[in-house]
Design a protein around this ligand. Structure first.
Ligand code: ADP
Length: 473
C-alpha cells in the first residue's frame, strides 16, 4: 500500500507543475497569435476589405454613377480603384493622393494580360507586391454582356517593426510570468497542502489510538469539512472506546459475581454435607442461568450487528406470546403485570427475537420499577399496526439521555448502579431486532415519574388458523 502512494507526486509538486504548464501554454498561445499569425490575420482583413470595395464598384458597373461612386470609394478608403475592359481599355481610374499605384500605372496591354490571368484563376485574384501593396482583382460580366476587370489596390503596412516590438514584450512577459507562476503555485499549494499534511499527521495519531487528537481545518472549505468529519469520527471512536472499556469492566464484574456464588455454594455443599439442600442447588442453577443470559446477550448483539443473523419469520399470535412471557414472571410475587388486550393480534416476525424484545423491555421495567412494583403492558391496534407498550413508574430517564440509551453498552447511571442490573446491551438488542423487522420503537419518559417503552409491528390480517401464508411486511 505504501509504495505506490509514496511514488505519487505530492499536492505541491502537482500544483507547481499545473501552474507551470498553464503559464507556458498561455505564453505559447500568445506567441503563436501575436507573432506568427499577426501578418496572415492582417492580410486576410485587408483582402476582405478590398473584396468589399470591389463588390460596391461592381454594383455600379452598369450605372452612369460609376465614376462618382468609384471616386467616393477611393477618397473614403484610400484604395486605388481601376476598371477596364478585357482589352485593357480604361473606364474608371482613381488613385489616392500621390501614392504610387501599380494598377494605375499599368499599360493597356498589361491590363489585358491581367484580365486573362484573373480569368484563368477563376475570376478572383489577390497578390501582394513587395510587402506593401495588396492587389485584388475580379473579372465580371456586365448586364449588356461586356467583360470588365475591376482592380482594387490598397496599401498594407509592413508589420516587421510591430512584430519585433511584440516579441520583446512577450519575452519580458515570459520572464515575469514564469517565476510569478511558480511563486504563486508554491504559495497556493502550501496553503492547501499544509492543512492536509497536518490532518494526515493527526489521523496517524488517531490510528495509533490517541482519541483526544483534534483536527485543524484551516485553509479551503473542503479541508474544513474534512477536519470536521474527522473530529466527529474521533469523538465517536472515543465514545465507543470508552463504552467498550466500561463494558469490559462490567462484563468481567457481571461474570465474576455469579461465578463466585456458584463456586462458593458448590464448595460449601462439597465440604458440609448438611448444606446439600435443594435451595442451594437452585441458587447455583439460577446463577448459572444468569451467566447464560449474559453470554447469550453478548453473542446475540454481536451477531445482530454483524448482520449474520437471519430472521426466521413466522405467523404467530403476538398477544398470546406476551401472555406466555408474563407467566414466567409469576415467581416475582410482589410485582404486578397488568395486561388486558382487547383482541388477539397476529404478526409475521421472528417469534424468538420479538419475545426477546418483550423480555428485555419487561426486565428493564422491573429493574427500574417504582415503589408500586407495577409494570403495565398494553396492546393498541393503530390502523394496520399494533403497538406494544411497557410502562413503569420508576425513576425515569433524563431527556438528554433518551437518544443514547439505545447505544450499545450505554447505561444512564454508570457509577453507583446495581451492577447486576445489566450490561447496557438490552435496549441495543431491542433496537437491532426491531430495525431488522422494519418496526418502529421509542420511549416516553419523565424523570421521577416513569418510562413507557413501546414498539410497533405491522399486523398480519390473514386467517387465524393459517400458518406463514402471508407476509405483512
Ligand atoms: P441495561 O442492561 O443496563 O438495562 P439497556 O440497554 O437495557 O441496558 O438499557 C440502557 C440504559 O437505559 C439502562 O442502563 C438504564 O439506565 C436505562 N433504562 C432502560 N430502561 C429503563 C427504564 N424502564 N427506566 C429507567 N431507565 C431505563
Amino acid at each position: 500500500m505504501r509504495g505506490p502512494a509514496q511514488k505519487r507526486r505530492g499536492i505541491r509538486a502537482q500544483m507547481a507543475a499545473g501552474f507551470g504548464i498553464f503559464a507556458l501554454c498561455t505564453l505559447a498561445l500568445l506567441w503563436v497569435f501575436q507573432i506568427f499569425l499577426l501578418t496572415p490575420f492582417y492580410r486576410a482583413i485587408k483582402t476582405r476589405e478590398a473584396g468589399r470595395i470591389s463588390r460596391q464598384v461592381v454594383k455600379e458597373l452598369d450605372s452612369p454613377e460609376l465614376a462618382p461612386a468609384a471616386y467616393a470609394l477611393c477618397a473614403g478608403t484610400g484604395a486605388s480603384i481601376f476598371v477596364s475592359d478585357e482589352l485593357g481599355r480604361e473606364y474608371v481610374g482613381y488613385k489616392y493622393g500621390f501614392r504610387e499605384s501599380l494598377a494605375y500605372d499599368l499599360t493597356r496591354r498589361e491590363r489585358a494580360a491581367l484580365f486573362e490571368e484573373v480569368n484563368l484563376m477563376g475570376g478572383e485574384y489577390t497578390r501582394i507586391f513587395s510587402d506593401r501593396l495588396l492587389l485584388y482583382a475580379v473579372t465580371v460580366r456586365t448586364g449588356d454582356g461586356n467583360h470588365r476587370l475591376v482592380v482594387i489596390e490598397t496599401e498594407i503596412t509592413p508589420l516587421e517593426s510591430t512584430v519585433e516590438t511584440l516579441t520583446v514584450q512577450l519575452l519580458c512577459l515570459t520572464l515575469i510570468l514564469l517565476p510569478l507562476g511558480i511563486v504563486l503555485a508554491v504559495v497556493i499549494s502550501r496553503r492547501i497542502a499544509r492543512p492536509i499534511m497536518e490532518i494526515n499527521e493527526s489521523a496517524k495519531r488517531l490510528g495509533g489510538g490517541d482519541y483526544s487528537v483534534r483536527f485543524e481545518g484551516r485553509g479551503p472549505r473542503e479541508v474544513g469539512g474534512l477536519a470536521e468529519t474527522l473530529n466527529f469520527a474521533a469523538d465517536e471512536l472515543s465514545k465507543t472506546d470508552g463504552l467498550r472499556r466500561e463494558l469490559l469492566a462490567n462484563v468481567s464484574h457481571d461474570l465474576r459475581t455469579p461465578l463466585t456464588m456458584i463456586k462458593g455454594y458448590a464448595e460449601v455443599m462439597r465440604d458440609l454435607p448438611g448444606e446439600n439442600t435443594p435451595e442451594n442447588v437452585q441458587i447455583i442453577i439460577d446463577e448459572a442461568g444468569r451467566l447464560n443470559d449474559l453470554v447469550n446477550d453478548l453473542l446475540d448483539l454481536s451477531r445482530l450487528q454483524a448482520g449474520v443473523l437471519e430472521l426466521k419469520r413466522e405467523r404467530f399470535d403476538l398477544t398470546e406470546s406476551i401472555r406466555e412471557i408474563l407467566t414466567r414472571y409469576d415467581k416475582l410475587a410482589d410485582f404486578k403485570f397488568p395486561f388486558e388486550p382487547k383482541e388477539s393480534v397476529y404478526v409475521v416476525a421472528d417469534k424468538l427475537k420479538i419475545s426477546q424484545v418483550v423480555y428485555n423491555l419487561i426486565n428493564n421495567a422491573v429493574n427500574y420499577a417504582g415503589e408500586d412494583k407495577t409494570v403495565a403492558l398494553s396492546q393498541e391496534v393503530m390502523g394496520d399496526h399494533v403497538r406494544i407498550s411497557v410502562t413503569d413508574t420508576g425513576e425515569g430517564i433524563p431527556q438528554d439521555r433518551l437518544r443514547d440509551i439505545w447505544d450499545r453498552y450505554y447505561k444512564v447511571d454508570r457509577e453507583h448502579r446495581r451492577a447486576q442490573i445489566g450490561t447496557g446491551l438490552g435496549l441495543s438488542i431491542v433496537k437491532n431486532v426491531l430495525d431488522l423487522h422494519g418496526g418502529s420503537y421509542g420511549v416516553i419518559s419523565e424523570l421521577g415519574k416513569g418510562s413507557t417503552f413501546w414498539f410497533q409491528l405491522p399486523i398480519d390480517k390473514g386467517e387465524d388458523d393459517d400458518n406463514e401464508s402471508e407476509t405483512a411486511e
